[in-house]
Design a protein around this ligand. Structure first.
Ligand SMILES: Cc1cc2nc3c(=O)[nH]c(=O)nc-3n(C[C@H](O)[C@H](O)[C@H](O)COP(=O)(O)OP(=O)(O)OC[C@H]3O[C@@H](n4cnc5c(N)ncnc54)[C@H](O)[C@@H]3O)c2cc1C
Length: 426
């Protein structure tokens, strides 16, 4: 079957669904294709940073969003197994911002909320269990996608195709560019342990010999990430669960006693960490955003938030041109000006690259310390600690939680009219 739309978005993650909503809100016809039947994925990113909360507020979704928040983080404590090191309070990191907490909301609930809201716009469409197989080309330009649904092949012609397929994107091959890979020395093992009523509520990171433990407060449990040297997960498993529990407990002694809750390796999931970036995010007729354009490390929990920022920038920069193109009866035989698509990377590229550089530096430093001899104290001398507290504990959380180049949702013509009507007459 052959269908048509103005924008075909392959991938219903945070980048694809939010972009669909934002474009449909402007009147652009959008079809999102998602290969899964629902959004349920365990251990996916769910740290919704202040930068994203502001965007949800601008879209009038904040109240509904509060209903799906399962925890909040107002500060970050980072220490070593020798003792505390630095603490960052988000309220002090960016006092003028309206939001000072990282909200924890299951990614599937957030996506359901966005789709519910997007569905009220007649130009929004989402097809579940629809897997994109390749791009449709004409005259050297991508003109839509081919996808499989219900065991059949379909074609969706589009003025613009968005690759929002995430870190394993197959569609990005059609951009024909290099995938830059940055040395990543870590992998992450994720698991849950019970949280006690008297436990602290902030995010806690502890650096020890043998790994880093990051504990994220999920109200009734801690989601724990154990950062280990890349490729060592099999070794960790081979050593057995008692050794694993002992390793975690020796890095974060406050978790001892509850680690017995881990009694099966099925409870421990491996995230193979990658930091990658496309050299070019677009080609005629196609643009990659979110993880498809730049896979982030879990350090700083920025993945969703950068995907959201890409979606907002894309909608702001391309929405009006797409609306104009939509009115042209010959649109499916034409190529949208490629320079327009390049503007998205020009806007988002530098902030993304710098954030990735900070992640690489942080990971390298972490692994260097984790691998240091057992008798070496991990806590640096007092002057270094003071420097870390005054610089790193303020600047790094600011970059991660608020973003280097935050995006705001552009007003639509009807919003501007409403804003003028509300403004007091002088
Ligand atoms: C284990 C884990 C933990 C993470 N923790 C955090 C965290 O705490 N905080 C944070 O901010 N980020 C975290 N991330 C990263 C975060 O989840 C991603 O950065 C974010 O989801 C990227 O959004 P996206 O929309 O670009 O891609 P994704 O969320 O990956 O969405 C891509 C979508 O495309 C669909 N898809 C793929 N191929 C096709 C196809 N051929 N046809 C149709 N659909 C397709 C997929 O099913 C998926 O729904 C984590 C990631 C993982 C894997």
């Amino acid at each position: 079957m052959i269908g048509t739309t103005t924008v075909a978005i392959s991938g219903g993650g945070p980048a694809g669904v939010l972009l669909g909503l934002l474009l449909a809100r402007q009147g652009v016809e959008v079809t999102v294709l998602e290969k899964h039947a629902d959004f349920l994925r365990d251990f996916r990113g769910d740290t919704v940073h202040p930068s994203t909360q502001l965007i949800l507020q601008e879209l009038g979704l904040l109240e509904e969003f509060q209903g799906i928040v399962r925890g909040r983080i107002g500060g970050v404590d980072f220490g070593t197994s020798d003792g505390p090191l630095v603490r960052a309070d988000l309220a002090r990191v960016h006092p003028r911002h309206p939001f000072h907490e990282i909200a924890l909301a299951p990614q599937w609930d957030l996506l359901d909320l966005l789709v519910r809201h997007a569905n009220q716009y007649p130009t929004f469409g989402i097809v579940m269990e629809a897997e994109t197989t390749d791009a449709l080309f004409a005259a050297g330009s991508v003109r839509g996608v081919r996808y499989r649904k219900d065991g059949r092949d379909h074609e969706l012609r589009a003025v613009l195709t968005i690759d929002a397929e995430g870190r394993g994107s197959g569609l990005r091959e059609s951009i024909g560019t290099e995938l830059l890979r940055f040395g990543v020395p870590i992998d992450v093992l994720w698991f849950r342990v019970p949280r006690l009523p008297d436990d602290a509520s902030d995010l806690r990171g502890v650096l020890g010999h043998g790994g880093v433990v990051v504990a994220i407060n999920r109200e009734d449990y801690w989601q724990i990430a154990l950062l280990v040297r890349k490729g060592s997960a099999d070794e960790v498993r081979a050593a057995g669960l008692p050794t694993f529990r002992q390793r975690v407990g020796s890095i974060a002694p406050w978790l001892q006693g509850r680690l017995d809750a881990i009694d099966d390796w099925d409870q421990v999931k491996l995230l193979s960490v990658a930091i990658e970036r496309l050299r070019r995010w677009s080609a005629p007729g196609i643009l990659a955003i979110g993880d498809a354009a730049h896979t982030m490390s879990p350090v700083g929990g920025v993945g969703i938030n950068l995907a959201v920022a890409d979606a907002v920038a894309t909608s702001n920069l391309l929405g009006p041109s797409l609306l104009r193109a939509q009115r042209d009866p010959g649109r499916f035989a034409k190529t949208l000006n490629p320079a327009l698509l390049e503007r998205v990377q020009r806007r988002r590229g530098a902030a993304t690259a710098i954030t990735q550089r900070i992640q690489v530096a942080a990971q390298n430093r972490i692994i260097e310390m984790v691998d240091s001899p057992e008798d070496r104290r991990l806590t640096p001398p007092a002057p270094v600690r003071m420097l870390l507290q005054s610089v790193a504990a303020q600047a790094v959380p600011r970059v991660f939680a608020y973003g280097l180049r935050p995006e705001r949702v552009a007003l639509r013509p009807q919003d501007e009219v409403a804003a003028r009507a509300k403004a007091p007459v002088s």
